[in-house]
Design a protein. Structure first.
Ligand SMILES: Cc1ncc(COP(=O)(O)O)c(C=O)c1O
Length: 423
């Protein structure tokens, strides 16, 4: 029997300077990585070195040595991302501003037909999935359908009834930013295929502790953000199979997206000739530094044993769920066995005297020598909260740098707050 290697959390933590320093004289307990992950030293170093020593423009505009180097880094980062998610080739990776930008690209560019214009999302989706398709609906291009969810995730039997030959696209998160867990992708991909629909996966939360294999998942499009993986802000990815990317209409156009103009005899007979994907979507000067640093964050994550890392997160989530369930004044969303497949857990107060806002203030200001960062509110998933009839939730989310003792610190704080406010 082979025994899985333990994850070396202390070595991992040492790469995150924010965990080692103090903010306003206090140590940080960071349980908000679903919002954004802290950044490893290699990412900060790369951005610093780029702007300090390079700062040139890639994208084949200028061709001097500085630009050639920056462009080479940009394309290396593209190849790194492609390798990370097992895309067939780097050309399937479009750099975007983030998950939101990637989903907007699909919502604007997808060619819906009048008889095949339905987009199916689930009630748990982040606003960045729902709203771009809501806009497409307002433009009369789409009919948006909502699949119900339970506390454990999308209701797959309801999904089977909603997806039909009218469905053009199914768009859903592989992991919810409120309910946690991770959802089976194969039955959804199979269902979509059976009806000639495409599948767009939102991997913004999934990738922080799972590895995606886009070929095995059989998704047509996958969107994610660098900053949730320790990379910089303002960089994200739309993965798509090459022919599907080339079949999308334009979203933003501009410099870097055309190879030529065809010009007729009349003064106004001007037609742009666009480049193929991914360049046809990467309009304007790109975030060259951000993409290069994103590549570094993926290289850093790739050096970790994925099984050990997942095991570590699974243990953290399981431990947090068990401890939270012992507290009478709150209710945890979801079941331990499904939550353990994600990287977060959310709960809500069951007593009127427990104020999430006050609790947040307490975590920030009332603890000696430290503060604890969690997230309270709707987490950009307003619809889910509405459907579950909840005003908001309190979310603990983990990255590989978190430890059980940080959960203990949170639990001590929670029990103290309840003791002072509710009993
Ligand atoms: C599930 C999910 N999808 C999409 C997004 C949007 O990501 P971004 O704001 O990086 O575009 C988030 C961010 O919190 C998320 O949690």
């Amino acid at each position: 029997m082979t025994v899985a290697a333990a994850f070396d959390v202390e070595a991992f933590r040492r790469e995150f300077p924010a965990l080692l320093g103090k903010v306003a004289g206090k140590s940080l307990v960071y349980l908000d990585s679903a919002c954004t992950a802290l950044k490893p030293r290699c990412v900060a170093d790369r951005l610093h070195a780029f702007y300090l020593n390079w700062g040139g423009c890639g994208g084949k505009r200028s061709t001097h040595l500085l630009s050639q180097q920056v462009e080479a880094w940009f394309q290396e980062a593209r190849a790194e991302v492609a390798g990370y998610i097992n895309a067939e080739k780097p050309g399937e990776i479009v750099f975007t501003g983030g998950t939101t930008d990637a989903v907007n690209l699909v919502a604007s560019g997808f060619r819906f037909a009048p008889e095949k214009n339905e987009v199916v999302v689930t009630d748990l989706e982040h606003n960045s999935i729902v709203l771009p398709f809501k806009q497409a609906e307002a433009q009369g291009r789409v009919r948006l359908r909502f699949c119900p969810v339970t506390e454990r995730g999308p209701d797959l039997s309801a999904l089977e009834k909603i997806v039909s030959k009218k469905t053009a696209l199914v768009a859903m998160a592989r992991s919810s930013n409120v309910l946690g867990g991770s959802f089976p992708v194969h039955p959804v991909a199979k269902l979509a295929r059976a009806h000639g629909a495409k599948l767009l996966l939102d991997d913004a939360q999934f990738l922080s502790s799972h590895r995606e294999d886009v070929q095995a998942s059989n998704a047509d499009f996958v969107a994610f953000s660098a900053h949730k993986l320790g990379g910089p802000f303002g960089v994200g990815v739309l993965y798509g199979k090459e022919h599907l990317l080339n079949g999308l209409g334009h979203y933003r156009v501009g410099g870097g997206t055309v190879k030529d103009y065809s010009v007729g005899n009349g003064q106004d007979e001007v037609e742009p000739v666009y480049l193929d994907a991914p360049m046809r979507f990467e309009a304007g000067v790109q975030n060259f530094a951000g993409a290069a640093a994103f590549g570094d964050s993926l290289r850093f994550l790739k050096r970790q044993d994925p099984v050990a890392l997942r095991g570590h997160i699974r243990e953290l989530v399981g431990y947090a769920v068990r401890r939270l369930r012992e507290v009478a004044e709150i209710a945890v969303l979801g079941a331990e066995e499904t939550l353990r497949e994600g990287s977060l857990v959310s709960f809500y107060p069951t007593q009127a005297s427990f104020s999430a806002k006050d609790f947040n203030l307490f975590l920030n200001h009332e603890l000696k020598d430290r503060f604890i960062a969690v997230r309270i509110g709707d987490h950009c998933a307003h619809l889910l909260h509405k459907r579950l009839k909840l005003d908001g939730t309190i979310r603990l989310s983990f990255f590989a740098y978190n430890t059980k003792s940080e959960i203990d610190l949170f639990m001590d704080a929670l029990e103290r707050y309840i003791h002072e406010a509710c009993r």
